[in-house]
Design a binder for this molecule. Structure first.
Ligand SMILES: [Zn+2]
Length: 79
């Protein structure tokens, strides 16, 4: 069962609720009873963050390798 995050636009109250997909979303704020409650989208973003982190590590490794090659080239030129 997914956890849904809700934010009341009226009083700014943020709360989470365990709900099944077939259940109706919360439309009333438990604090001020206003109907200005919006469901926040959570999850999914974490997966994207993991992917970009992997690519960054790969890019750093490549850069380090290029630096080493350049150094050895300079040595040869000095000879
Ligand atoms: Zn509220």
């Amino acid at each position: 069962m997914p956890t849904y995050e809700y934010l009341c636009q009226n009083c700014g109250y943020k709360f989470e609720k365990f709900q099944s997909i077939v259940q109706d979303p919360v439309s009333e704020c438990p604090v001020c009873s206003s109907n200005a409650v919006t469901r926040l989208v959570t999850g999914g973003a974490g997966v994207i963050f993991k992917g970009s982190g992997f690519y960054e590590t790969d890019y750093k490794k490549k850069k380090a390798k290029q630096k080493t090659t350049k150094k050895s080239n300079t040595k040869k030129e000095k000879k």
